[in-house]
Design a protein around this ligand. Sequence first.
Ligand code: BGC
Length: 750
Amino acid sequence: MTMIMKTYLMFFLCSMMICAASTDKIVKSRKEIDVKVAQLLSQMTIEEKVGQMTQITLQAVSEKQGTKDQAHVLNDGALKDAILKYNVGSILNVYDAAHSISYWHEIITKIQNLATKESRLKIPVLYGIDAIHGATYTKGATLFPQAISMAATFNADLEKQCGEITSKEVRASGIPWNFYPVLDVGRQVLWPRFWETFGEDTYLTTAMGLSYIKGAEGDDFSEKNKLAICLKHYVGYSAPNNGKDRTPAWISERMLREYYLPPFEEAVKAGALTVMANSSEVDGISVHSDHHILTDILKGEMKFDGFIVSDWEDIKRLYTRDHVASSPEEAVKMAVMAGVDMSMVPQDFSFYKILLDLVKKNEVPLERIDDAVTRILRVKMMTGIFENPYPDPSMSGLVGNSENEEKNLQAAEESIVMTKNENNILPLKKGTKILVTGPTADLLSVLNGGWTITWQGDEEALYPKKANTIAKALKQKFGEKNVIYSAGTGFAKDVNIAETIKLAKEADAIILCLGEKSYCETAGNINDLELDTVQLQLASRLAELNKPIILVMLEGRPRVINSIVGKADAILIGMLPGMRGGNAIANIISGDAVPSGKLPFTYPKYSNSLYHYDYKPLEGAEGNAYDPQWSFGYGKSYTSFEYSGLQLDKNTISDTDTLNINVTVKNTGKVAGSESVLLYLHDMYGSVSRPVKQLRGFKKVSLKPGESKAVQFTLINYDLSFIGRENKRITEPGDFLIMVDDLSAGFKLK
Ligand code: BGC
């Protein structure tokens, strides 16, 4: 059991003691639900069952004139057919862009009217949405930092609150199901979905994922401000060999179990009831066809009793793209028999028709269909939509309210990682004359990334007028007359470098905002991790002026900037800090906020030297060297922290013992600040080579100048375990080291 599991266990035990009655209620209602599901199933025709397993996109039931400016029109006839003729169980997303809350209410009401009033068995439709960093597709929603930036806060409570707020705003829109959180461990920085992950570490991913789920689902996701979540993308999607989206990962069973499965295992234990399958292949096998991964491991070993939804069109792709099935029919049979319960078809009814035919011909047994439909109906009932299928208009005011926005600003501020601050150039004094330049200085899309208002997140015109870009926020902070904005370059081409250099000569300091445009999935593929040449040139030209340069990086993955790191006096790695990111960066630059973010990944120095912080001994031995730009966990503050008194309560422990660890952290600087205390473990010898260090705990503390706090951690046997030579989780007796900052202490496992 990990520390995260322990926290859950404690939480669970407390709830059991304090409100045994409510636990009883949940267990009882779960039993009641299973009885109701069985009764309903017994009345269903094969057509109705196969329909429940079918999910279509809203596009499939829309008029084709849906446009980015919101002139979306439902095709009422097509919607009627989908629900009454094809009995579809689920609909997802939008035609192309966010809807107003009132329009959402109109659409959901139409859908549920058909499903719960006109269909034979009155089964409500389960509407699902990609609300990744907030309610993506609801206008005016609170849009938080993306996962990679939330991970940089190393603040699990904030992640929980992000889950709570997202659930409120999505439910307020009338939608009960969210395709989130992403529990893919981000161990391939080239991958264009890297920013959707909580970074490279399994422990951090698990902890943030569980916190999100706790906030999003609460104890009972039928509550009107909670959502059913969907874990994705199960499993191994985040490690494509060539770095491109939806390409093969070569992950052995041991590495799968060591690095990629644990976040899913823990989330299933925490009650997650829907899982989306990985769109690509692991170890040569398309995951949508992999019975071992989907059924043996997830439904068997992990005892997952929710349902598996396919990813977008991925059952068809077994035939059209992967060629592991030689016909659309074989593809459907393969996926359903491997364990997929619902198909995100999503443009047509081909899955419905094919599966119906396969069942009639006894090629897919009815038991498999009944199992899938039972799982789907169970989740539907648990969301409460059988009782309350309609949106609640009284919740509309929850979307993007000021309380939520304040939390969002806090998250954005805590997510910014300062990796350099020579001669304490930051914070800049009020009144400083600033030139702000670069392709990410005056856009909102670059703060937010994909899944923002649209899928690609790049429709600048649809962004809220009241939100601030970095340039706008700096003007508000330092005064219009003190801040000049000049583009300098686009992402890949010179816009006005010469003019920008002239303007820079008049400034006291240059805020140089570089990075990536907004992208999502395959559209974000790159061929080179190094930042675009023209952006590096802008930095070099500005550096010739010998003015202080504050480099701000907004990016979905760590683009290599080694050639300009030495030219900047201060560096803020902003990644994707969300809709309040402009304000957060201006607050940090002015000193109204103190940086406390730490990197949740290892920032590479060279495009061809990609490391993880938890590298193996042989990667640092005999001429090999771990040489990143900045390591995982790195991040500076405007104050300083000193660690002392690292103590373990035992020198030797047995398999059943817990190990309590204490350490004191003191703010030795002049301003108040927050510090995430990171605890690492090193297993000195192991039959499978052990990483040089592994994160085993983190806690964020706020300290006034001169203040000290004692921080406690508890480790148990699971924390010392690894996947052994037999591909089973084991611990081995021997020596271990605990490391916190520069301190270390050893202990033995008997
Ligand atoms: C993505 C998923 C997403 C789904 C529905 C797919 O392309 O891989 O993450 O949930 O689309 O929008």
